[in-house]
Design a protein around this ligand. Structure first.
Ligand code: SF4
Ligand code: SF4
Length: 77
């Protein structure tokens, strides 16, 4: 069981995560965030297989992935 979440306040809408996701889980939201960008959002989260590619590619560290409850932290914080 895996789960992906996006901190929309950190997102700058570059869409890298949407393009890299092999499952098509992520998409661009229809509403802007507080920075004035259209942020990424989670579509059908049940399709997420926990590969973490989205979190690795995100330049703003806005994505969090948990696999079987384990949080993968790419900054080591
Ligand atoms: S962890 Fe993998 S499958 Fe899940 S949303 Fe991110 S890129 Fe897609
Ligand atoms: S890669 Fe990060 S900054 Fe770019 S759209 Fe996805 S969540 Fe937003």
């Amino acid at each position: 069981m895996s789960a992906v979440t996006i901190d929309s306040t950190r997102c700058k809408g570059c869409e890298l995560c949407c393009r890299v996701c092999p499952q098509g889980v992520l998409r661009v939201a229809k509403q802007i965030n507080t920075k004035g960008y259209f942020p990424a959002e989670v579509g059908d989260g049940t399709l997420c297989m926990g590969c973490c590619m989205c979190a690795v590619v995100c330049p703003d560290v806005a994505i969090e992935v948990r696999v079987h409850g384990v949080h993968y932290d790419f900054l080591g914080q």
